[in-house]
Design a binder for this molecule. Structure first.
Ligand SMILES: [Zn+2]
Length: 331
């Protein structure tokens, strides 16, 4: 079993300077697709579930499917990560399901929409760190807010991370990785006009903090994919994402974890639409979910190569959560 914490995956990535994608999952085909890509490219991988995804699948189903990914791929370091936990309660639920890593997003209140205060963020994050570390589970938190809404999470107001506040936050909470806001957004419509990421802020943060940095809302939304969706009857216009060259620049400047959800959704939708349009006589779900799975694998294989993750699955031996727990206690 190579279930590991995100802390280990990201710290190993930082040593060499590559990025690791964290790919959102809702169902079996997505999980299988991502794991097939990880196996093909020999990449460590973070599979992450949002609260919305866990609710959709009634928690247990998705939890067990993610565990199956770990069991089926003993040679691949896999982290099971909760995306945008909103309270200690949501984190406890994920850890009870076997997650090795959690995010607590205290930049927003529990409703996942209202921007919170710094003090609230510190308080909720500290309570999660205490609970998670006692179980060997690593914690990601966020400071600053992204634009856009996805899975019901997001204030739509963008508030770029203040580097000095980030430094204080890391010190006061003891988190393992920090999600920052430098201009990315959740969803498929990230930029009106040209892409504009605040690399100067990223550079400043990197100088001030010494833990892995996370970029949310980092799908590239390639035009070929939205064109493909539209070609088969979809209606997506004006969608823009973060070009891969910007992500590679961000990795060079110290970003270790890159969250990708939208691109996977587009790849799946394009593949399913294609089958429906070209073969309207088909009605076996495997006839369209199968091609969707294949399309997603190709997308993730490309990401793993672009982020530099490929080939690093066997660089290190996995640290069990039990051993992580000891490391945290002795700190
Ligand atoms: Zn996010």
């Amino acid at each position: 079993m190579a279930l590991v914490s995100t802390k280990q995956i990201l710290e190993e990535a930082r040593k060499i300077g590559y990025g690791v994608g964290a790919y959102n999952v809702n169902n079996m085909e997505q999980i299988q697709a991502i794991m097939a890509a990880a196996k093909e490219t020999q990449s460590p991988v973070i599979i992450q579930a949002s609260r919305g995804a866990l609710k959709y699948s009634n928690f247990t189903y998705l939890g067990y499917l993610m565990k199956a990914a770990v069991i089926e791929n003993p040679d691949i370091p896999v982290a099971m990560h909760l995306d945008h936990g909103n309270s200690l309660e949501s984190v406890v639920k994920a850890i009870n399901l076997g997650f090795s890593s959690v995010m607590i997003d205290g930049s927003l209140l529990e409703d996942g929409k209202t921007v919170s205060t710094y003090d609230y963020n510190v308080k909720v994050t500290r309570s999660v760190v205490e609970y998670a570390h006692a179980r060997g589970v690593s914690v990601e938190a966020e400071i600053g807010t992204l634009g856009g809404i996805e899975d019901g999470v997001g204030s739509e107001k963008m508030h770029l991370t203040d580097p000095k506040e980030a430094k204080r936050f890391v010190f006061e909470t003891g988190i393992d990785s920090l999600a920052i806001a430098i201009g990315t957004s959740h969803g498929a419509y990230k930029f009106k006009g040209s892409v504009n990421l605040a690399f100067n802020i990223l550079k400043e943060i990197r100088l001030l903090i010494d833990i892995p940095i996370v970029l949310h809302g980092a799908s590239s939304v390639p035009k070929e994919l939205s064109d493909e969706v539209n070609k088969y009857g979809g209606k997506i216009s004006g969608a823009t994402g973060v070009p891969i060259s910007n992500l590679q620049e961000a990795i060079k400047l110290g970003v270790s974890k890159i969250n990708v959800d939208t691109d996977g959704r587009l790849a799946i939708t394009a593949a399913i639409r294609k089958v429906f349009m070209e073969s309207p006589e088909k009605f076996d779900p495997r006839d369209y979910l199968g091609p969707a799975r294949t399309a997603l694998t190709s997308l993730i294989v490309a990401k793993m190569k672009d982020f530099g993750t490929s080939g690093h699955a066997k660089d290190y031996s996995p640290i069990s959560l039990e051993d992580m727990k000891k490391q945290y206690v002795s700190r």
